[in-house]
Design a protein around this ligand. Structure first.
Ligand code: MSP
Length: 532
């Protein structure tokens, strides 16, 4: 039995509401998971929230709230959004979960026992406002620290350190010799370049309780809590059953690990995932052949009114709220747009008008129209029964053959985590079907009784294509795909066809189809509040 394909994402900070960048990452993960299942493979999808640390403690304090209650409230916003967007995960990684805390403490103890941790005093400049030590990098050209740091005092503080530098040589050779440890390739190069410059400093993995209470206490020194990144990174294994007690209702680590796609944004590759995380795993004794695959995506930026690409940020007031978009367009339009308009690894500009036009054009006019006309004509000309195909002309043969070529292009794109190319291939087929319908003009064939066999072929080929297309789009637009399958009246067995078994001939002659109803109804945007 193959191990399930394990998909995980970064866990989102619960110090602010979810935005379109968070949504993109979860939808990418959900799409990959659904694609694996469609391919006949078992899959496991873990995502969650990063609840500890200074950012969350500070946000809670600002509102005069208890950090646990605050973090749970924000976590609720994420959960509600994933539900609306049809993001379906198998495991929920909330870092306040006692099972996670137990695992982090065991791992810390293990590293402590193995001599990987040490305590040392550090003297340096400390920003009281930002509650962090500053380095020379934070100095202005004149040598002073800027006003953004508020009061800066010289301070000595003891902390626990992890011997990261001991493992940098291992990481260099591991990353150099494992081509797909980071995808896409240029992101692995980014990691390798960073390692060339790595100074070999150790990692401070604690914060004194005097200044941070909202974290996991170190089991061997309770005056300290664990640094939030160490705590957060551990979620990928703690919720996969690493060092778990029996009866914790978690997967078995040996069955699930390693992650086949650990999906993160480009901002958190170096150093947290590319350096800290891989070295943490190595120091915990995870062998090289069980290292996760880091799939690094780019960022959604905002196209400003002057045509410039800007970073999304609360202070610029340009943050896109995925919940509002979902309320206007439905989950599938948002999912489709986010999977279609970005190449995995690269950045893209989020343009609300493009979302609206892709909804209307790709979904409504192309796919919706194909479904509508096909089902209508089978209803009208063949009493809703898919006819057996008659003889083929060249055009018919070309359409039938597109099923195989599209499937191949689609699978190769999805296997390489490139849903935009998979969608492009499917939509080419959709366009071909619509053009084919225009050329073969079944409405004209239907008027001539001598053309009955030709009409059978055309209707059959359109219906069969539509059934394949419904399956292929299901990872990206699961709700609409399911609606389409309902209208096609696919049986449970037909709906469960995996891509390895997908061949021309899903619909047997005489298969009954249902009535079409619009899958992507027109939206009167003027009547709604336009998205910003
Ligand atoms: N909590 C840390 C991750 C810990 S993982 C052990 C964190 N959280 S975050 O909420 O700031 O970001 C969560 C994910 O969203 C990251 O992968 C980040 O790259 C991604 N994105 C945040 N803004 C984004 C865009 N504008 N576009 C695409 N993804 C973006 O980092």
């Amino acid at each position: 039995m193959n191990k399930p394909f394990y998909v995980t994402t970064a866990i989102d900070y619960t110090n602010g509401s979810p935005h379109i960048g968070h949504a993109y990452e979860k939808i990418l993960a959900d799409t990959i998971t659904r694609y694996q299942r469609l391919s006949g493979r078992e899959a496991y999808f873990l995502t969650g929230v990063d609840q500890h640390g200074q950012k969350v403690q500070q946000s809670a304090e600002k509102q005069g709230r208890d950090p646990a209650e605050y973090a749970d409230t924000i976590a609720g916003e994420f959960i509600a959004l994933w539900d609306k967007l049809n993001v379906r995960y198998d495991g929920w990684a909330a870092t306040t979960d006692p099972r996670h805390k137990a695992c982090v403490q065991k791992a810390l103890q293990h590293l402590h026992d193995a001599g990987q941790l040490y305590k040392k005093a550090h003297r340096g400049f400390y920003s009281v406002r930002q509650e962090q030590f500053l380095t020379d990098k934070e100095r202005q050209p004149d040598g002073n620290f800027g006003p953004e740091w508020g009061e800066v005092v010289e301070l000595e503080e003891e902390n626990w350190y992890f011997k990261l530098s001991e493992h940098v040589a291992w990481l260099r050779s591991f990353a150099a010799s494992h081509e797909s440890c980071v995808i896409p390739a240029f992101r692995r190069q980014e990691l390798l370049n960073a390692l060339d410059k790595a100074e070999g400093a150790d990692l401070c993995i604690s914060r004194p309780r005097t200044r941070l209470q909202w974290g996991i206490p170190l089991p061997f020194d309770p005056e300290f809590v664990n640094y939030v990144w160490f705590d957060a990174l551990m979620n990928y294994i703690s919720f996969a059953g690493y060092l778990a007690d029996e009866n914790t209702n978690l997967p078995r680590f040996e069955d699930l690990w390693p992650a086949d796609a650990q999906i993160i944004g480009k901002d958190i590759l170096v150093p947290p995932h590319g350096v800290y995380w891989l070295i943490m795993l190595h120091a915990l004794g995870i062998p090289d052949d069980k290292m996760p695959v880091l799939l690094v995506h780019g960022w959604w930026n905002i196209r400003s009114s002057s045509g410039q690409s800007e970073k999304m940020s609360k202070s610029l007031g340009n943050v896109i709220d995925p919940a509002a978009l979902t309320a206007t367009f439905g989950p599938d339009a948002v999912r489709y747009y986010l999977m279609r308009d970005i190449a995995t690894g690269q950045d893209a500009d989020f343009i609300p008008d493009r979302l609206a036009s892709r909804y209307q054009t790709d979904l409504g006019n192309d796919l919706g129209n194909l479904a509508n006309r096909t089902l209508n004509m089978i209803g009208r000309y063949r009493s809703a029964s898919v006819p057996e195909a008659g003889p083929e002309n060249e055009d018919d043969t070309a359409l039938r053959q597109t099923a195989a070529t599209t499937l191949e292009a689609y699978r190769s794109a999805m296997d390489n985590f490139l849903p935009h190319l998979a969608l492009e291939a499917v939509w080419k087929w959709v366009a071909q079907c619509n053009q084919y319908a225009e050329r073969r003009a079944p409405w004209t064939l239907a008027k001539d009784p001598a053309k009955g066999a030709e009409l059978d072929t055309v209707l059959h080929h359109l219906a069969e294509s539509l059934a394949h297309i419904a399956l292929l789009v299901s990872p990206v637009i699961p709700g609409s795909a399911s609606g389409l399958m309902d209208q096609l009246q696919l049986t449970p067995a037909q709906r469960a066809t995996t891509l390895t078994n997908l061949q021309w001939g899903i619909l047997p002659p005489g298969h009954t189809t249902g009535k079409p109803s619009p899958l992507f109804p027109r939206i009167d945007l003027d009547a709604q509040q336009q998205p910003e």
